[in-house]
Write a protein that binds this ligand. Structure first.
Ligand SMILES: [Zn+2]
Length: 307
């Protein structure tokens, strides 16, 4: 009896409500949830779309605002490492004297080309650099910056073979020299011409005067003509100062030295054994003559012996 009553009651409830409880079927995957409610199936799809927009960060290039600070000039003079101070006062500068440089060393005054080349190459290898008589005078009187090992090369009389044989080699080595000219024989064989002199001047050679006629000066009456008037003509002719006078035959007396001073020269070239030059000896300074019979050792001693 009781079972029949419970069955009738349940049937009535179902008929009254007309429904059954919703039953979740399950989570199919993390993105989908499937719900079944009565006869309605709803599928919800979660789409995870991640849009990442990377916006590049551009740093604008700005004009430089760096301030350029001008370097103020300083009074400091950077010393040239290739130069040394010489003077004022006594200076050590070997001065060599030559006459001829010729293919045939046929006299003691004519060194051969090969001999001259070996001598000049030795000077170059030892670091000697040529300077002028004017450089020496300036160094003694007021001081001057000169190469560490200065040397002066002088050629007396103005022979053409010096231009032909010594000049090309010296130019090759970056050397210059001083040539003492005799006015009366310029353009005469075997002496240099005006054109040759122009070339040597343009190459940086220094010119000195060696008198009008190569006269023996001691006791000479017409000293002014040989020493002074002739000099003025050469100054005008070559537009060079001709500040140094070489005594012919290295012969002088008190009067000729005085005339050289009075004419306005700044030095007088003689011969002698000194390589240290002084104010007192400026008007008969020492030159060491290189003779054709010198071997290399004699040449080296001549250059390097200090006195
Ligand atoms: Zn001479």
């Amino acid at each position: 009896m009781k079972k029949q009553w419970w069955g009738v009651l349940l049937t009535m409830v179902i008929l009254i409500t007309g429904c059954t409880p919703a039953i979740p079927i399950g989570l199919e995957n993390p993105g989908n949830l499937l719900l079944v409610e009565q006869n309605l199936t709803v599928e919800i799809t979660f789409t995870n779309t991640i849009t990442s927009t990377v916006t590049p960060s551009i740093t604008p290039f700005l004009p430089s605002t760096a301030t350029v600070t001008p370097i103020p000039p300083t009074a400091t003079i950077t010393p040239d490492p290739k130069l040394s101070q010489f003077g004022p006062g006594d200076v050590l500068i070997p001065i060599l004297m030559y006459h001829h440089v010729s293919p045939n060393a046929n006299s003691e005054y004519a060194v051969s080309i090969d001999q001259f080349r070996r001598q000049m190459q030795w000077l170059q290898d030892e670091g000697y650099q040529t300077v002028s008589i004017a450089d020496m005078v300036t160094a003694i009187q007021v001081g001057k910056l000169l190469p560490h090992k200065p040397i002066i090369l002088t050629f007396d009389d103005g022979f053409m073979d010096v231009y032909e044989n010594a000049y090309p080699l010296l130019t090759e080595l970056g050397y210059t020299a001083t040539m003492y000219l005799i006015e009366d024989v310029i353009n005469e064989h075997p002496y240099v011409t005006d054109d040759v002199m122009e070339e040597l001047i343009n190459a940086g050679w220094e010119l000195g005067h060696h008198s009008k006629s190569h006269a023996y000066l001691p006791g000479l009456r017409n000293l002014d003509e040989e020493v002074c008037d002739s000099r003025m003509r050469l100054i005008e002719r070559f537009n060079q100062p001709f500040d140094s006078f070489a005594y012919p035959f290295a012969a002088k007396d008190d009067k000729s030295i005085q005339v050289v001073k009075d004419c306005g020269y700044t030095s007088g070239a003689g011969n002698g054994s000194f390589t240290i030059h002084t104010e007192e000896r400026l008007f008969f300074f020492s030159r060491r003559e290189i003779k054709s019979y010198f071997d290399m050792q004699r040449f080296i001693t001549t250059v390097t012996d200090v006195r």
